[in-house]
Structure formats: structure tokens, C-alpha cells
Ligand binder design. Structure first.
Ligand code: AP5
Length: 210
């Protein structure tokens, strides 16, 4: 199954993608995680993306389309994949279509803006393995280190409230038009993302028919 997980920043795309990826045995392709890994490694791509990510703007279509084209060509995508954070603009969606990639379902995880800022300000990420936690909704056992690998948890630069507000503005202006784009193709299913993570997972499973 080829799935797009869509929604505003902090809607829970990554949280749900990880669960569904394990259940279906297909990879989670997060452009955000790929870009952050490139930043951490100090590659040319990472350096080029850093300014846009830190201020909460989008990295150029050309760059992210290139990353996804390469990633989709890898063998583990042959039996399906979950796109998490891509496409984010109409040109990115059109590029995906031009690559000949079939999409089975676009799940729109809907969460109002008011809830987003609280989610982002409480999010903590493992500095080593990237596991995601929330200080209130999904805390690690001791609150400061990762349950999986023991590394220190960090607060993303772009999760600061002023940057989150900018990211939400970018989402409404540049990404939300994709709701109409995929509705017109009969692919969009909306899922209420406001409940607890396990409740949202149940709705995601139902929408995917798994
Ligand atoms: P990216 O990393 O993709 O950020 P995002 O889309 O803004 O999504 P997030 O990862 O912030 O949130 P999420 O929806 O995955 O939520 P999560 O599950 O973590 O992109 C970062 C940047 O990279 C962009 O700003 C841009 O610069 C660049 N970029 C990436 N892709 C790009 C593209 N295609 N084009 C151009 N630029 C691109 O959950 C959030 C928090 O809430 C967590 O703490 C979690 O534990 C908690 N939580 C999750 N679900 C629930 C729930 N149901 N109830 C309560 N808390 C919950």
C-alpha cells in the first residue's frame, strides 16, 4: 500500500507513520527526518536546508523532490511506503505523479491550530535515534533520556512557539491546497487527530481498512 500521511505540523503524522510502518512492514519516508539527518551530518544538502528549517519555512521543491525520487527508488519501497511530510506543495504532488508513483490513500490528520502549539512545545526527540516523545502525552520513563537507546532528549529548534506559528502559516498557505488536490482525485480521507494517540491509530487503521 502506498500511503501519504498529511496534516499540519505536529498533527501526529510521524507518531502514526511509525506505528503503521511497523504493522504493515513498509518504510516510513519522512522528508523532515531526512533533512535533519543531513543537517546533523553537515552535508551540503543539510547546510542548504538549515536556514529554511530553523525559521520554519519550506525547503525548495527541487531539493525535496530529488530526495524523495532517490529514496523511492530503493528496494524496500517496492511493496509500499508511507510518505510523512511529502508532498507539501502542489508542485511536489505533481512531481510525484510525473514519477509514475501510484498513491492508494491520502490520510489527512486534522488537528486545530490551538492544539498544535501545545503539542510542539511539549515534544522531545532523541538526539541519537530520533524517537519522539511528549512531556505530557507520551513521556519517556525518566523525562530526560530515550527509553529505546538511553541518549539525551532534545527540543527541536523549530518547535519554539514563534517558529511553530510561522510553520502553521506556511502550512495554511502552501500545503493546505493539497486537500483540494487529493479530494479531486478521490484519494483523501480525513481522520480526527484530536484524540489520544491510540484513539487516532484506531481511526487511521479504520480509514486504511487494516
Ligand atoms: P517535518 O519534520 O516534516 O515537520 P512537520 O510536518 O512540521 O511535522 P512534525 O514532525 O513537526 O509533526 P508530526 O505531524 O510528525 O507530529 P508528531 O507525530 O511528531 O519537517 C520539518 C521541516 O523540514 C519543515 O518545516 C520544512 O522546513 C522541512 N521540510 C520537510 N518536508 C518538506 C517538504 N516536503 N517540502 C519542503 N520542506 C520540507 O507529533 C507532535 C508531538 O505531539 C509529539 O510530541 C507527539 O508525541 C505528540 N502527539 C502526537 N500525536 C498526539 C495525540 N494524538 N495527542 C497528543 N499528543 C500527540
Amino acid at each position: 500500500m502506498n500511503i501519504i500521511l498529511f496534516g499540519p505540523p505536529g498533527a501526529g503524522k510521524g507518531t502514526q507513520a511509525e506505528i503503521i510502518s511497523d504493522e504493515l512492514g513498509i518504510p516510513q519516508l519522512s522528508t523532515g527526518a531526512m533533512l535533519r539527518a543531513a543537517m546533523k551530518a553537515g552535508t551540503e544538502l543539510g547546510l542548504a536546508a538549515k536556514a529554511a528549517i530553523d525559521e520554519g519555512s519550506l525547503v525548495s521543491d527541487e531539493v525535496v523532490i530529488g530526495i524523495i525520487r532517490e529514496r523511492l527508488a530503493e528496494s524496500d519501497c517496492a511493496n509500499g511506503f508511507i510518505l510523512d511530510g511529502f508532498p507539501r506543495t502542489v508542485p511536489q504532488a505533481e512531481a510525484l505523479e510525473k514519477m509514475g508513483v501510484r498513491i492508494d490513500c491520502v490520510l489527512d490528520i486534522a488537528v486545530p491550530d490551538e492544539a498544535i502549539v501545545e503539542r510542539m512545545s511539549g515534544r522531545r526527540l532523541c538526539s541519537a535515534c530520533g524517537a519522539s516523545y511528549h512531556v505530557k502525552y507520551n513521556p519517556s520513563a525518566d523525562g530526560v533520556t530515550c527509553d529505546r537507546c538511553g541518549a539525551k532528549l532534545i527540543h527541536r529548534e523549530d518547535d519554539k512557539p514563534e517558529v511553530v506559528l510561522h510553520r502553521l502559516g506556511v502550512y495554511h498557505a502552501e500545503t493546505e491546497p493539497l486537500i483540494g488536490y487529493y479530494t479531486n482525485k478521490g484519494l483523501l480521507k480525513a481522520v480526527d487527530g484530536c484524540g489520544a494517540p491510540a484513539e487516532v491509530t484506531a481511526l487511521v487503521r479504520e480509514a486504511l481498512g487494516i
